[in-house]
Design a protein around this ligand. Structure first.
Ligand code: MG
Length: 333
């Protein structure tokens, strides 16, 4: 199987501000394995750059010629760039589906009509600006980025502007005490869930926070994102959080994402499926797993002005999977 790649400069529709910084462009890499396609986003927060990804791809040895022996092919990948490893995994799954002539959801035995609605993310800005964006977006589920120090003001302003279901993501931006003080107050505005209130490594803090919120009768689910990468992390967090956020770039592809989802289920945890700033290639790959998840946050392609592919289609928050074999993505017209 022949591996090739192509760097990609993505223009964002709106500069994107989160607790880690502000971005107007993103630098991803498209990966091809014969007729299969995958994508690696360069997420600086995870120490990935386009150069790191390209250097990694140049080091990948021959992957053999059997796309059906998924684990054996993936076992040949060297350690290194997680995004690049994910991209090869996605391209392999696409190739697998194409050679079998079936979309991935069908190979996984999933119902393509059972997709949860996706949220739309509002990046950190002035509270009035965030409220206006939330209202004008028209989306029934809004994910609010917090951690700027004006979190109460922001949630109050957005709640005043819209009846949408609200999720908040602190991106590890709060201390234990801040989280314990803020979450009950924010929850009064009716939150569906709170994502990553505490630092990634503070598993003990999550346990403490969850207990404390339960004692106060605050029932909003706490889900871990930055704290979780693989199925092992999911198992480690059981009892400390209500759910986990699964992303192909953390699990290094579809194969381990499936394991992480099933591990969460085995521990009675809920699952949110999410993405980085990725085109229709990687986001459609993730969406094939959406029927297994409770919550979906797959708005990556909606943030990009120059998506080179079409795949997953959106009607507001409703997503429709393409029916072609593999991922089912095709070059944009
Ligand atoms: Mg998050």
């Amino acid at each position: 199987m022949r591996l090739s790649w192509e760097p990609l400069t993505l223009e964002l529709k709106t500069p994107f501000k989160i607790a880690h910084g502000t971005f107007s462009h993103r630098y991803n890499v498209l990966v091809r394995l014969d007729e299969g396609i995958g994508e690696a986003p360069a997420v600086v927060y995870y120490g990935e750059t386009q150069e790191v990804i390209l250097d990694y791809l140049a080091r990948v040895p021959d992957l053999g010629d059997d796309p059906f022996d998924l684990d054996a092919v993936l076992a040949r990948l060297p350690a290194g760039s997680k995004a690049a490893r994910a991209a090869v995994d996605i391209a392999l799954h696409d190739l697998w589906g194409k050679r079998l002539g079936q979309p991935l959801y069908r190979l996984f035995g999933l119902n393509p009509r059972a997709l949860p609605l996706t949220s739309f993310t509002i990046a950190i800005d002035e509270p009035e600006v965030m409220a206006r964006r939330a209202k004008e977006s028209g989306y029934p589920i809004i994910k609010i980025k917090l951690g700027s120090g004006r979190d109460e003001e922001i949630v109050t302003a957005i709640r005043k502007a819209t009846d949408a279901t609200l999720r908040v993501d602190a991106n590890a931006g709060w201390s234990r005490e801040e989280a314990a003080r803020l979450i009950p107050r924010l929850a009064e505005h009716g939150l569906e869930l709170v994502e990553q209130p505490l630092a990634a490594e503070d598993v003990e803090g999550f346990r403490w926070l969850r207990q404390r919120l339960r004692q106060e009768g605050v029932k909003v689910p706490i889900v871990a994102d930055e704290s979780v990468r693989t199925s092992r992390d999911v198992a480690r967090l059981a009892g400390s959080v209500d759910g986990v956020v699964v992303k192909l770039m953390k699990t290094e592809g579809i194969r381990e994402a499936l394991r992480a989802i099933h591990t969460a289920r085995a521990h009675d945890m809920c699952v949110m499926l999410s993405c980085m700033v990725e085109t229709s290639v990687a986001v459609t790959a993730a969406a094939h797993l959406a029927p297994l998840c409770d919550y979906v946050d797959l708005d990556g392609p909606l943030l990009i002005a120059n998506d080179p592919y079409v795949g997953l289609r959106y009607e507001g928050s409703r997503m429709t999977l393409p029916e072609g074999p593999g991922l089912g993505v095709t070059p944009a017209p």
